[in-house]
Design a protein around this ligand. Structure first.
Ligand SMILES: NC(=O)c1ccc[n+]([C@@H]2O[C@H](COP(=O)([O-])OP(=O)(O)OC[C@H]3O[C@@H](n4cnc5c(N)ncnc54)[C@H](OP(=O)(O)O)[C@@H]3O)[C@@H](O)[C@H]2O)c1
Length: 579
């Protein structure tokens, strides 16, 4: 008779609710395809049996919940061993509950093992060759090139084997286990609900529970802890094991976890603009948030209500996985909203808040960090000692100015719009506002004409161009006349660019003798990394308010510490080295 070949296809149940209670057993059922990845230091197989504590607990549990069937991993056991030489099998038989092994099918198992065997044979040949080398040269002598390459290759094959073992044991086996639990339920008569008791190795509980839940199964996990109680203090007072056992009591205590479903990470994107920016929505998903909920035209009152309803619905546990992201082009509004919502939250309902209006905070942080790094790299002193001019009073320009004064720079921020009426007044008032609100020390200046701009150019050692997109602020001719300028950063990526002659990808290119330039895309790339990192870090750290200060720290860290794998790649060649 030809036996039917089973394939791995997990299908949800149609009309039946399946409840699976997963009880953790006291040891991991041994399993491997080719060889164990970790070898026990002593023979622990004598302890690989459900203890009397577990079976007594299960007996009690069975009486209480009356499961329709029970399952357990088969591991390395034969079917005969599973059915005949298994305490659990006896227990379920006694209680007239069908008991099934659930595990990877034999065909699938031998197919994967066959694939792995090729690697194993090769690794064994390498080990043999190494041993022969060792015998030839004797202990303690220096390794030959051949030996070094053999070791590297052997290690590679070994790690591949271990990876394959792990994959088979976890991803593959857990899928088979979940499938068979579902299939057994499918084969049962039901009146709408079926309960399964699955006895699992500790290491597979999470994976199997997660898989089952993704197929709409209700899962509860039960961990049984034992406490051994001895009425006497010293075990050495007892004459022998017999006396010890007689004096001992075992207390069994279950801990039940209703579900293994982890609460999702939610990000509420509160944008004061009429259309919520897809930029930050996409970034939040890319940084790993599970759900992003955008709100548009948000004002302080709406924001307070959104925050209160969200944090109370999620509870203290969910709040740790809740972030409010304040966006919108207007930074004054963004700061007001931030103030209102941070005031509305109180322990234990404090969620995390990211403030990055229209990307201005992360962009400003990236621009300042990039210039700071370039100045130190080019050995031009420190940014904090420099006289800086910031062209542009939008959100980006303002925060660049704030960050620069925090570093100790002498900063002037320039308003640029030639259509602006009362420009001088506007620039002075803006500087005062930045100084009061952000504790900055900046001066305001109105520079709508080339002559006015040049007044700042003459004095500045570092210039940031944060003008509106598609408007050129600085002409090449101006650059030829300046004496003190060392670094020039342009943030406008839309042609015409803010500075004539600078290219968007310029990353501290010497655009003129002694003047280094950073283009909008070089800064934008770092801004992108900063925002992603900020979202990830905030998800990890939780409660708190994270703004340009945090972004600046991250930008500096990213510039200092980023290991770019491409820069570290190398190719070794045995033949070359032998020459
Ligand atoms: N790379 C990135 O990831 C990224 C992210 C965000 C923003 N950005 C870029 O950063 C730059 C600044 O953005 P922002 O939101 O802070 O400011 P913005 O609102 O785009 O521009 C503000 C500045 O432009 C000036 N301005 C407005 N109209 C002008 C005109 N007709 N002629 C000359 N100047 C004019 C304003 O002058 P007044 O000071 O007189 O009002 C102000 O200084 C933009 O180019 C934006 O595209 C880049």
């Amino acid at each position: 008779m030809v036996s039917k070949l089973e394939t791995l296809t997990i299908k949800p149940l149609k009309d039946t609710k399946l409840v699976v209670l997963i009880v953790e057993k006291e040891y991991n059922e041994p399993f491997w395809l080719i060889e164990p990845t970790t070898k026990p230091t002593s023979d622990l197989s004598a302890l690989h049996k459900p203890s009397i504590a577990l079976t007594s607990f299960l007996e009690k549990l069975i009486k209480k919940i009356k499961p329709d069937y029970a399952t357990e991993e088969l591991g390395l056991r034969s079917l005969e061993e599973f059915n005949e030489n298994n305490e659990l099998s006896k227990l379920f038989k006694r209680n007239e509950i069908p008991f099934h092994p659930v595990d990877i099918e034999e065909n699938a198992r031998s197919y994967i093992a066959q694939l792995m065997d090729e690697n194993k044979q090769l690794r064994d040949r390498i080990i043999q060759a190494l041993n022969e080398q060792l015998k030839k040269k004797g202990q303690g002598k220096e390794s030959s090139t051949e030996e070094e390459y053999l070791i590297a290759y052997g290690q590679y094959l070994q790690s591949e084997l271990e990876k394959q073992e792990k994959e088979a044991n976890f991803a593959v086996r857990e899928s088979w286990i979940a499938m068979k639990i579902l299939d057994n339920a499918r084969n049962m008569k039901s009146n709408g609900e079926i309960t399964c008791l699955h006895i699992s190795s500790p290491e597979h509980i999470k994976g199997v529970a997660k898989l089952l839940e993704s197929f709409n199964v209700t899962v509860e996990t039960i961990k049984v802890t034992k406490e051994v109680i001895l009425p006497i203090r010293e075990t050495s007072d007892l004459k022998g094991i017999g006396e010890l056992l007689q004096a001992m009591q075992i207390k069994v205590k279950p801990t039940i976890r209703k579900t293994s479903i982890e609460l999702p990470y939610l990000l509420f994107f509160l944008d004061s603009d009429p259309i919520a920016s897809p930029f930050d929505v996409c970034m939040a998903y890319d940084a790993g948030y599970n759900v992003v909920i955008p709100y548009e035209n948000v004002n302080c009152r709406d924001a307070k209500k959104i925050v209160e309803d969200a944090v109370f619905s999620r509870g203290p546990k969910g709040v740790k996985r809740t972030t409010f992201f304040i966006g919108g082009k207007d930074i004054v509004k963004a700061e007001e909203i931030t103030k209102v919502i941070t005031k509305a939250m109180f322990p234990p309902f404090n969620a995390s808040v990211i403030v990055d209006p229209a990307g201005a905070y992360t962009t400003a942080a990236a621009a300042v960090a990039k210039v700071q790094e370039a100045i130190s790299f080019q050995k031009l002193g420190s940014l904090g000692d420099k006289t800086c001019a910031v062209f542009g009073t939008g959100s980006v320009g303002r925060i660049i100015a704030v960050l620069l004064t925090k570093l100790g720079c002498d900063v002037t921020i320039a308003s640029l719009n030639p259509n602006r009426k009362n420009g001088d007044e506007y620039a002075t008032e803006l500087a005062e506002q930045l100084n009061t609100q952000y504790g900055a020390r900046v001066q305001g200046f109105f520079a709508p004409t080339p002559e006015k701009k040049f007044e700042l150019f003459k004095k500045a050692e570092v210039i940031f161009c944060a003008g509106t997109r598609g408007v050129q602020i600085i002409e090449k001719a101006m650059l030829q006349k300046v004496k003190l300028l060392k670094v020039l950063a342009d943030i406008n990526a839309i042609p015409p660019l803010g500075v004539e002659g600078i290219k968007p990808h310029d990353d501290m290119r010497e655009i003129m003798p002694g003047i280094y330039g950073a283009g909008a895309l070089a800064i934008g790339r770092l801004k992108h990394e900063v925002e992603i990192e900020m979202l990830k870090e905030v998800r990890r750290i939780g409660k708190g308010t994270y703004n340009y200060n945090f972004a600046m720290e991250l930008a500096k860290k990213l510039l200092q510490k980023t290991i770019r794998p491409a820069a570290l790649e190398l190719t070794l060649s045995y033949a070359d080295k032998k020459k």
